[in-house]
Design a protein around this ligand. Sequence first.
Ligand code: FES
Length: 232
Amino acid sequence: MDYTFRIKRYDPDVDVKPYFKEYVVDLEPNDRVLDGLNRIKWDQDGTLTYRRSCAHGVCGSDAMRINGRNYLACKTLMKEFGKKITIEPLIGFKVIKDMVVDMDPFFDGYKSVKPYLIASDPPAGEERRQTPEQVARYEDATKCILCAACTTSCPITWTNESFVGPAAIVNAARFIYDSRDEGALDRLRILNTQSGVWRCRTVFNCTDACPRHIKITEAIEDVKRALLFNRF
Ligand code: FES
């Protein structure tokens, strides 16, 4: 079956401004959007540029806008769309080429919340043991693959470059609610600033966009409650 890909192309080295180019690809309805992009790149136009690696929804490298919404191209089937689909880069970041955007601001926000275990004392035994209930408190947040689909679907990030964004807050929550961690107060202090959690307007775009179905808005609200009631 022929599908038409309408792809936003832009190479800042040669193009004055972005433009759309169409490609027709023979695919099955159960093929993924990434399969279509690969067919275009391998068979029709080697200049088409996009990130991909695992092709199985693990590495988080191929998040992009498909028909106006963020998805992972490798986890999205052609049959979810019509016979014509529009592909664009994530918005809010500088385009390096075609679907490849500059992810540095995203990772700067992520790193700013100290997304690692802070524990001063060595474990009492061979490992730091937790009950299933303690793990359940933060487990949802561990599913994040840092694809930026949530952060770049958030309208606040489109207009406020300093906002750390949903992914950073989720990764802060992942450690704030970890019983082994001692850095919660520090992370909450970081998120209690103008760039932090109060910028969130509870739009839910982030939750809708997450390919791992993380309850992102819930995690953000948890962090807000921790700041308001000093309870975590
Ligand atoms: S290519 Fe790794 S998540 Fe899609």
